[in-house]
Each structure stands twice: as structure tokens, then as C-alpha cells.
Design a protein around this ligand. Structure first.
Ligand code: AMP
Length: 285
């Protein structure tokens, strides 16, 4: 069932809750691929009813980012969700979500602001305000759907950590279910933004997973010094790759590591053919 209004979703969820059914939420920006589908499948397995939100959230895009050209494929997304056993696809318009105050510059919206320590690194450094937009919309979706479980991918590991922190700090009654990264056979992590890549770019984009896997191999062979591990990346980088960050941080609280251990996650962001890609790997897995 495709719904566009908050009211309709609320009414349907209320009926389910009356019947004692459990509700799962999978927040997405649409252009669904097998990565999203893995979250959806997990949700369908675990919950009686599943809501997938499809919303390209304007307030999490920074000026100059790809808000206007972000792929929008609602018809195909809805079909995919229906086939997977999803009960509601919730696809609100920006004005349904934010009224007239959706643009940050209006300064008329109540925001959920995650802690500086968690956002002043990795993607938050270049995407200023991004995680304010993410936490605000996810909090709104939690209030609208009131899910028992919400499913998020490790692909966006910083986002997942920040959302867990928000849920804990604000006592939001929802269980966050982390889901592993889905990759192409080549190693490229699936992403809606891969649609922007040419065939040539896609080959070059393998640099992210190659760097991560190599760091993990080196760690398994006994190298634990973080600077030494980071240096192993340079052999893979050419002028086709614009490295934004490569960091080794604690997988729970994003503390910086000097010596890597099993709880260290390696995070990378790199532009290929002008497309900004992110990926990560846990050393202890
Ligand atoms: P997005 O539509 O990009 O906002 O992503 C919606 C959800 O799908 C987020 O929780 C992402 O982390 C998750 N996701 C996106 N790509 C992947 C992937 N390749 N593997 C696992 N989860 C993913």
C-alpha cells in the first residue's frame, strides 16, 4: 500500500497496534537496490508489519549536493516493496513532512542535533549539518510510525552510531537493528549513488573496498599501528581518486585509535569521477 500522508500512516499503524502486531520501519531515500532489500527482508522476517519510508530528505543535503538530481524511482520502489511483503510504502512530499519550513535557511524548524563529538569527523566534517537533518527526519519517522524495530545499514556506519546514540539519549522506545553491508561481487558496496558512475568509474570505485580489505589483511598479519595501516592505502590511489578521509575509529563510540584492535572500524570516503562514495569495514569480523 502506497501512502503519502502522515495521517493515513498513523491510522493504519493504530489498527495494527490494537491487534498487538509488531511494526518494523526501514527508512530509505528510495532508488532501492539489493542493499535496501536486505534490510527490508530482515524487517519482514522479524516483524508482523513493515513500513518502508521513501523520502529524499531535503534538510540532510548540504548546499551544492545532489538533492535535485538524486534518483527518484517510486514506482519501481513500490513494486519491489510489495513483492517483498512490505505493508506500507510511506512516500511523503517535503511539505507533508516539513510544511513550509523545510529549507534550513528558513530557520523555522525544530531540529534534533546529535553530539559534536560524533559529527565532527568522517562525513560530518565535509557535510556540515547533514546529521542534524538525518536525526531530525528519523526522529519524525519514529514519531509517525512508532515502530518496535527500525533497520539501518552498516554501509552508513557513522549514521547508525549516531542514531543509536539519539535513541539512547532521548529514550526513544525503538530497537535499532544493524544490517551488514551488501556488495557487488566485485566488492563495490551497493549505493543509490552508484547510478552516477560510468563503467570506467565503477572499476576505479573498487579502490575503496581494495584499500579496506588490504588494511584488514595487514591487521590480521599483525600490523596494529594505525599510521602504518593507513599508509598501506597509498599504493592503490591514483589521480582518478580524490580521497576525502581514511580513518580508523572505535566501532561503538568513534574514538580515535592509535593501535588497531578487533573493535576498530576503518572508514573511507573517496570521490571517483566526481561521485562521492563511502565504505567501511570492521577489523574484528
Ligand atoms: P539510503 O536510501 O541511502 O538513505 O539508505 C537507506 C538505508 O539503507 C540506510 O540504513 C543505509 O545504510 C542502507 N543501505 C544502503 N546501502 C546499503 C548497502 N549496500 N548495504 C546495506 N545497507 C545499505
Amino acid at each position: 500500500m502506497l501512502l503519502h500522508t502522515i495521517k493515513e500512516v498513523r491510522e493504519q499503524v493504530k489498527e495494527w497496534k490494537k491487534e498487538g502486531l509488531t511494526v518494523g520501519l526501514v527508512p530509505t531515500m528510495g532508488a532501492l537496490h539489493n542493499g535496501h532489500l536486505s534490510l527490508i527482508k530482515k524487517a519482514v522476517e522479524k516483524c508482523d508489519k513493515v513500513v518502508v519510508s521513501v523520502f529524499v530528505n531535503p534538510i540532510q543535503f548540504c548546499p551544492g549536493e545532489d538533492l535535485d538530481k538524486y534518483p527518484r524511482t517510486l514506482e519501481a520502489d513500490t513494486k519491489l516493496c510489495n513483492d517483498a511483503g512490505v505493508s506500507i510504502v510511506f512516500a511523503p512530499s517535503p511539505s507533508e513532512m516539513y510544511g513550509q519550513s523545510e529549507m534550513r535557511t528558513n530557520d523555522f524548524l525544530t531540529y534534533v542535533i546529535p553530539p559534536f563529538f560524533y559529527v565532527n569527523k568522517l562525513c560530518g566534517k565535509s557535510r556540515v549539518g547533514h546529521f542534524d537533518g538525518v536525526c531530525t527526519v528519523v526522529n519524525k519517522l519514529f514519531n509517525i510510525v512508532q515502530p518496535d524495530f527500525a533497520f539501518f545499514g552498516q554501509k552508513d556506519a557513522q549514521q547508525l552510531i549516531i542514531i543509536k546514540k539519539m535513541v539512547k539519549d532521548l529514550n526513544i522506545p525503538v530497537d535499532i537493528v544493524p544490517c551488514p553491508i551488501v556488495r557487488e561481487e566485485s566488492g563495490l558496496a551497493l549505493s543509490s549513488r552508484n547510478k552516477y558512475l560510468s563503467e570506467e568509474d565503477k572499476k576505479e570505485a573498487l579502490v575503496l573496498s581494495k584499500i579496506l580489505n588490504n588494511i584488514k589483511d595487514c591487521y590480521k598479519k599483525g600490523i596494529t599501528d594505525v599510521e602504518a595501516l593507513k599508509e598501506t592505502a597509498f599504493q592503490f590511489l591514483t589521480d582518478k581518486h580524490e580521497l576525502e578521509y581514511l580513518e580508523l575509529l572505535d566501532c561503538e563510540d568513534l574514538e580515535e585509535k592509535k593501535i588497531a584492535d578487533n573493535n576498530t572500524r576503518v572508514f573511507i570516503a573517496c570521490k571517483v569521477g566526481g561521485v562521492r562514495l563511502i565504505d567501511n569495514i570492521l577489523l574484528g569480523e
